[in-house]
Ligand binder design. Structure first.
Ligand code: FMN
Length: 143
């Protein structure tokens, strides 16, 4: 259905407070909803790992915007290409906090985050990055 996906990593210029992350997510969710974009943002240890998906033009335009954001540096695409389905469809931007070996996924469905044990650091490699999104998808969406 003409869906496109970009996965990238970047480094925050400073430790993000929860208020700053809330503000970033609020901004993102408004824009994403208006542009049929969904995805998942993981943050921890000053590293971002984000998947954005939606119509190709919209996703590329958003990524160009994100690259210019002064809150982070060194954005680097680990994977991009067409996908059959928007796998995080319905989540304008799912958010997960990465702490050590755990991911706390704030789905917004309940007040409590879903606590996942992850096999490796989400930013260690592109394939690990994709594995992490698969894990989140299975735990949050398919259950
Ligand atoms: C790590 C990171 C992820 C972001 N993800 C999104 C996103 O999914 N959607 C969005 O609209 N903005 C996102 N932003 C914010 C954009 O970079 C930008 O600040 C926002 O779209 C407002 O842009 P504008 O001032 O040009 O309207 C993100 C920023 C950072 C640092």
């Amino acid at each position: 259905m003409d869906q496109y996906e970009i996965v990238y990593t970047s480094t925050a210029v400073k430790d993000m407070t929860s208020a700053e992350l809330d503000e970033l997510l609020r901004q993102s969710r408004n824009y994403n909803a208006a542009h049929s974009i969904s995805g998942c943002l993981i943050y921890g240890d000053r590293q971002f790992l984000q998947l954005i998906e939606g119509p190709e033009i919209a996703v590329k335009a958003l990524y160009a915007k994100i690259c210019k954001d002064p809150r982070h540096t060194h954005p680097s695409v680990t994977w991009e290409g067409p996908t059959d389905v928007a796998s995080f469809s319905g989540w304008r931007m799912l958010y997960a906090l990465h702490q050590g070996e755990r991911l706390k996924v704030f789905s917004g469905v309940s007040d409590l985050p879903v606590d996942l044990l992850i096999p490796a650091r989400p930013t260690a490699s592109p394939s690990v990055g994709r594995d992490v999104f698969d894990l989140i998808r299975k735990s949050i969406i398919e259950e």
